[in-house]
Design a protein. Sequence first.
Length: 60
Amino acid sequence: MSNNEDFYERYLCSAKQIYNSCYLKNHILLKVYILKKYETILWKQKIINLNTFKITKFKL
C-alpha cells in the first residue's frame, strides 16, 4: 500500500465516522460542515449524494 492509499483510507474512515455520528444525531448544521469538508473526495467516489445526505456506496 502506498502512502497515498494509506492516507486515503484513513481520510475516508474519518469522514465516515464523523458523518455517521452526525447523521445519527441528525445535526443538520454539523452534517453540512462535514459535507463541505469532505464533499470532493466523497462525491468523486460516488459514496455520498450531496443533495440528500444519503450514503450511496457503503453503510456506515
